[in-house]
Design a binder for this molecule. Structure first.
Ligand code: NAP
Length: 411
């Protein structure tokens, strides 16, 4: 194992390895964690307590996680003068599966978001966000239980690829001249310009990951969401490449909606369909139960995942993961909520459910199931943190750590 200047490798435990994108998990895996800034330490403490208890209950000592703290954000900066030390990236590459709390994006000085850097450097090309209702959580819709989707959002391309220039800069003028004079475009003076690259390579590996997920988890459909009616060569190509990869790599286990219209059966197959992004926002409200795994380019997925999470009342409880071929990092989807730092007050649900995703990814389904049961039990008993308590009638408000105990109590 590599040597680290700040992180300590636990004395017991082994590395997770990855073969053909599948994690091979020993009974005592070393799992690196980043506590995170702001409320990070509070929600991490609660999450670790819940995960350790679930693993113990599920496997009675036969399996156990060896946690290894690695550093990013303010804690890393205090120790090393760097916000994201190289060794943190090295540790995630070496140990393959990690979990993190939220990180402050340092303001100014041209410092890039730490989260974006992690995704880019480790090539975590799919952002995965399961969205389903936990009974009892207040929701703005009539039938929140009908939505149960897993959103696969492409993480490395599209208008988020960080290729843009400000209005009035020499770069933008060079580009404007090139496009207007060379390629017959008509971009106005004073424009800022951003580039939207979407590639066959980036799309196909991402859609393939979503289809593999659907197959492994027994999901019934994969929907390609895009704005291809307007942006033909980026979003439209995303749709076309998506269908192509379904046919090329999963032809025997998938069937398209068009084929079904012509009489093909969906029996034992995953239905592959596509929807235009704006229509999809209506669909998840009006016919949520027709969707299952949803796969999108970067920008569409960003909007759609928050809209879906809001629909089940769960922005504060929405889990997430960034997954590549080798490395997977599981994380809370909310930020550092700095005004609540150190108050043991906020809801740890998002990070706890991210840990559930991590355990499922590791194949530790029994422990994952116990956490879900515990969380559902705590919410059903209306033992909840302030954010849910203020919207629920007759609820008992508990602290972050008390909520963790309630989850453990209901496992
Ligand atoms: P935020 O930290 O998500 O907080 C916004 C509000 O959401 C909070 O004031 C709180 O609402 C509620 N909230 C968030 N997490 C909660 C929890 N666990 N339990 C209960 N309520 C919760 O968003 P922000 O204030 O825009 O961002 C703060 C910092 O976080 C920024 O530096 C940003 O860059 C960073 N950030 C990091 C990540 C990440 O690391 N993945 C993601 C997003 C933002 P009430 O005030 O109504 O109680």
């Amino acid at each position: 194992m590599a040597e680290y200047a700040y992180a300590r490798i636990p004395s017991e435990g082994e590395k997770i390895t990855v073969v053909d994108r599948k994690p091979q998990v020993p009974d005592r895996p070393i799992v690196p964690f980043i506590e995170g800034d702001g409320i990070g330490p509070d929600i991490w403490r609660a999450t670790r307590r819940v995960v350790d208890a679930a693993v113990e209950k599920a496997y009675e000592g036969r399996k156990k996680i060896s946690w290894m703290e690695i550093y990013a954000g303010e804690k890393a900066h205090e120790m090393s003068g760097e916000w994201l030390p190289q060794e943190t990236l090295d540790a995630l590459s070496e140990f393959k599966v990690g979990i993190k709390g939220p990180l402050t994006t340092p303001v100014g000085g041209g410092i890039r978001s730490l989260n974006v850097t992690l995704r880019k450097v480790l090539d975590l090309y799919s952002c995965v966000r399961p969205v389903r209702w936990i009974p009892g959580v207040p929701s703005p819709v009539k039938a929140p239980e009908k939505l149960d989707v897993v959103i696969y959002r492409e993480n490395t391309e599209d208008v988020y690829a960080d290729i843009e220039w400000a209005s009035g800069t020499p770069e933008v003028e060079t580009l404007r001249t090139f496009l207007n004079e060379g390629l017959n475009a008509s971009i106005r003076e004073g424009s800022g310009i951003g580039i939207k690259p979407i590639s066959a390579f980036g799309t196909k590996r991402h859609v393939a990951a979503a289809i593999r997920y659907a197959l492994e988890r027994g999901r019934s459909s994969v929907t390609l969401v895009h704005k291809g009616n307007i942006m033909k060569y980026t979003e439209g190509a995303f749709r076309d490449w998506g269908y192509e990869v379904a046919k090329e790599q999963f032809g025997d286990v998938t069937v398209t909606e068009a084929e079904v219209w012509e009489g093909a059966s969906t029996e034992g197959k995953i239905l592959v369909k596509d929807r235009i992004a704006d229509a999809m926002f209506q669909q998840v409200l009006l016919r949520p139960d027709e969707y299952d795994v949803v796969v999108t380019p970067n920008l569409d997925g960003d909007f759609l995942s928050d809209a879906c999470a809001a629909q089940v009342g769960g922005l504060g409880m929405a889990p997430g993961a960034n997954i590549g071929d080798e490395v997977a990092v599981f994380e809370a989807t909310h930020g550092t909520a700095p005004k609540y730092t150190g108050q043991n007050k906020v809801n740890p649900g998002s990070l706890i459910l991210s840990a559930v995703m991590m355990l499922e990814y590791m194949g530790w389904n029994e422990a994952a199931g116990r956490i879900v049961r515990g969380l559902e039990g705590a919410v059903a008993a209306k033992t909840v943190t302030y954010d849910l308590e203020r919207q629920m009638e007759g609820a008992t408000k508990v602290s972050t750590s008390e909520f963790a105990e309630a989850v453990v109590g209901h496992m």
